[in-house]
Design a protein around this ligand. Structure first.
Ligand SMILES: [Zn+2]
Ligand SMILES: [Zn+2]
Length: 346
């Protein structure tokens, strides 16, 4: 089968012809119909996130049709439409038994620790293949398994409740889903903090209160707009110490700041005035859980989570196309997501 693989860190991905994986009794073989190209993949190619074992087929945002199932797999069968949960768990460690597979002691991420979806076929444990309703296109099924899933997890971790106000820092792929999912939870006012005029305009079109961080301190703007109160929840999706601090400072009493952006910078907080005094919380967000995905699929099915056709770009499963998409993603300024659709899926 065709696969596009990372062979050497810091170099373009290469196309290879490799055997179709053989499945075990608990596995599922999926014919890939769509594989999202994610910003994490840019980091893997560049060596910013370390890949232990090369060559490796990248791609952790995957949807397709079941080609073959192992004898122990009963919840899906050949021909079914599925999307893939990218965290492979052992199922028996102290974290897995509590349903917290993102901390599995021997957990693996598909497309990072084991071969991913930039290929015609992928083998995954049966438990990682979730039925994908007909209403959801493969392309959407693929991309919502990463950014949308992380944002849903962030809202859950922040204990976001109907009627609560929220500030979303960053309106890229994550922020785009965050605004829609906050709405799906019957949010109160939604503030979107951005510096990009096109993104601010698009957030406003979608009903958010756009906060232009270039115009004035976003914390002051949010405080002004809420009569000094602040917001109940702040989501930091950028990965920058400055905006993480702003996310904490714009909180109302009992507010929760959920930090999902990645950065190696350190952040300073004055404990009494900025945290203790208002019993605010800072919550770290890492990946998501399999148990959260059915709700996400339901939101997509009911139209509460949508991806406009003009925000999806389709490319063929080829090294040149994928490398070009990764290059473009490095300085992406819009919501356009690139999805690989192998031409063999007819
Ligand atoms: Zn991703
Ligand atoms: Zn485990």
């Amino acid at each position: 089968m065709r696969a596009v693989r990372l062979v050497q860190v810091g170099k373009p991905l290469e196309q290879a012809d490799i055997p179709i994986p053989e499945i075990g009794s608990s596995d599922v073989l999926i014919r890939v119909a769509a594989a999202g190209i994610c910003h994490s993949d840019v980091h893997y190619r560049a060596g910013i996130s370390k890949i232990d074992q090369l060559p490796l087929t990248l791609g952790h945002e995957i949807a397709g049709r079941v080609e073959e199932v192992g004898s122990d797999v009963t919840h899906v069968s050949a021909g079914d439409r599925v999307c893939v949960h990218y965290l492979v768990q052992c199922g028996s460690c102290e974290f897995c038994v509590r349903g917290l597979e993102q901390f599995c002691r021997s957990g693996q991420m598909i497309g990072k620790h084991r071969d991913g979806g930039y290929a015609e076929f992928i083998k995954v444990p049966g438990a990682n293949a979730l039925p994908l309703p007909d209403e959801i296109p493969f392309e959407v099924g693929a991309i919502m398994m990463c950014s949308s899933a992380t944002v849903l997890h962030a809202l859950k971790k922040a204990r976001f409740k109907p009627g609560e106000s929220i500030a979303i820092f960053g309106f890229g792929g994550l922020g785009f889903s965050a605004l829609q999912l906050a709405r799906a939870f019957d949010s109160g006012d939604v503030y979107v903090v951005e510096i990009n005029p096109a993104k601010l305009a698009s957030a406003a079109t979608m009903g958010a209160i756009a906060i232009d961080a270039r115009a004035a301190d976003p914390v002051e703007q949010i405080k002004d707009a809420t009569a000094g109160r602040g917001v109940d929840v702040a989501l930091e999706l950028i990965g920058c110490a400055k905006t993480m601090r702003q996310a904490v400072l714009c909180l109302a009493p009992l507010g929760r700041a959920a930090l999902a952006g990645l950065t190696a910078e350190s952040m300073s907080i004055f404990p009494y005035a900025e945290l203790i005094n208002k019993e605010a919380e800072i919550i770290g967000i890492s990946d998501h859980l399999a148990t959260e995905l059915p709700a996400l699929i339901e939101f997509a099915c009911s139209g509460k989570l949508r991806f406009l056709p003009e925000t999806l770009r389709v490319v063929e499963l080829g090294a040149a196309e994928i490398n070009a998409a990764l290059d473009a993603l490095q300085d992406s300024i819009d919501h356009v997501r690139t999805v690989i659709v192998p031409s063999s899926d007819k």
